[in-house]
Structures are given as C-alpha cells and as structure tokens.
Design a protein around this ligand. Structure first.
Ligand SMILES: C[S@@+](CC[C@H](N)C(=O)[O-])C[C@H]1O[C@@H](n2cnc3c(N)ncnc32)[C@H](O)[C@@H]1O
Length: 228
C-alpha cells in the first residue's frame, strides 16, 4: 500500500491540469461494446476520469448523452467550452474524497486507466456508487494496466511476451512520476466479488511505447460488467 496516495495523486494531477491534448478514442472500448450489441443512441454514458475526453466525444458522435467526472477542474472547463457541453453533466471531484450526486440513471459507466489513482478502500466505494447510478442491466466497463514489460533483447520477429530472456516485468510504471502501484490480481478479484455485477467480457490488449532505444509493452485488462 502506498502512503498518502491521495495526496500524491492530487499533486500529480494539479501539475497536469493545464491544457487538453489530442489523443484518440480507444478502439477496444468500442469493439467490446459493439460486440455486446450496445446501442449508443440516446443512452446516458458517464466517464470516470475523462482524460482528454476522446472516448466521451466518440460516445456523443454515436448518439449518446455524455457525462464526466474528473479531478482536473481546468481541463473540465476547457473541455466543456471547446465541445459545447452542458456544464451540468460534468463534475469536478476528487474521488479519493467524494463521489458527485448525479440525479440521472446511467446506461454505461466507463472507468479507464483511472481506478488505481484511488486508495484501495475508495475503489470499493466507486464500485458501489456505480451500482447505485446504473440502470438495471446497465454496463460498467473498466480498464487498468495489468503490467508493463520491457524488451531486454532484440529478436526481429519475437512476440512471446512470456519469454523471460526477451522481456522482463517492470516494477514501476514507465512514467516514473506516476504515483500509482500496479494492482494485484487478488485485489481485482475482490473488487469483482461485488454481488451486483456479472462479468460479460474479460480481455486484454497490448500496446507499445518506444522511447529512445527502449521498447515497453503495456498489457491492458478490460473488464465489462453488467448490473444484475
Ligand atoms: C491516466 S488518465 C486516463 C484518462 C482516460 N480515462 C483515458 O483512458 O484516456 C486518469 C484520469 O483520471 C483523473 N483522475 C485521477 N485521479 C483522480 C481522482 N482522485 N478523482 C477524480 N479523477 C481523477 C485524471 O485527471 C485523468 O483524467
């Protein structure tokens, strides 16, 4: 357990509360939902930890009504203004302390690359809050970085990430400033024990960063839950 994780997180994100960057929507989010026959039209979708809002905007493009929560006030304001959003649908909140009052029933909650910024006990609270705001049979899609691997030896056609002579597991995230720990499988299992959800899909994908001469493989876990 990391000491003062909440303070470290708020300090880390204060520094990053400056400007919106351009990223792209995540292909696997849309593939997973498409494969589950999720129809976006007029659905209410909440993103917990909106980042640059690319997934939200893609939901909107597909006909959804979008909502977001984030610890970065300035980013939220810029996002609302730039994309002509309804300010009532956006909530500035540190989820380590609070969860906003949202008086709407939601069809889909996305929480991508965000859960580990919360203290372990707060992660359980978020699952309970998501359960409260979701409609029956609503979806909760959450994703986290399961691990990162560094390529230690070059082999032109290698892809077996389990080959210990070619790759090794990183002990810290690639971004050294990032205060969060890798989540243990045991902890994820405990979160998933929440009796209000059933697991619809559980997949992983891999993406790559090449920095200087280093290649780092990020293994992302995506879990799609449905409210019972
Ligand atoms: C790594 S980014 C991921 C952004 C986006 N979901 C994505 O996948 O691209 C984490 C997001 O969670 C927000 N966040 C981090 N800690 C938070 C907290 N304690 N309360 C609310 N939002 C937080 C950050 O501001 C940031 O937008």
């Amino acid at each position: 357990m990391i000491k003062n994780l909440d303070k470290k997180v708020s300090k880390y994100y204060k520094r990053l509360d400056t400007k919106l960057n351009y990223v792209v929507p995540n292909e696997n989010v849309f593939r997973l939902l498409g494969d589950s026959n999720f129809n976006f039209k007029n659905k209410k979708i909440l993103d917990i930890g909106i980042g640059n809002g690319d997934n939200l905007l893609e939901f909107q493009r597909r006909g959804a009504i979008i909502f977001g929560i984030d610890i970065r006030e300035k980013i939220l304001k810029i996002f609302i203004k730039k994309n002509k959003q309804n300010p009532k649908n956006y909530f500035y909140c540190d989820l380590n302390e609070d969860f906003p009052k949202i008086n709407k029933k939601i069809d889909l909650v996305l929480c991508k690359d965000t859960i580990y910024y919360l203290k372990p006990e707060r992660q359980f609270v978020i699952f309970d809050e998501v359960n409260k705001i979701l409609k029956k049979n609503g979806f909760f899609l959450f994703q986290y970085i399961q691990t990162q691997l560094k390529q230690t030896s070059k082999n032109f056609f290698s892809f077996n990430l389990g080959n210990k002579s070619l790759f090794h597991n990183m002990r810290h995230y690639m971004d050294k400033q990032n205060p969060l720990p890798f989540l243990k499988n045991q902890h994820i299992k405990k979160l998933l024990k929440n009796r209000h959800f059933r697991i619809k899909k559980n997949i992983f994908d891999i993406n790559i960063h090449t920095k200087n001469k280093k290649t780092i493989y990020t293994v992302n876990r995506f879990i799609l839950l449905q409210k019972i």
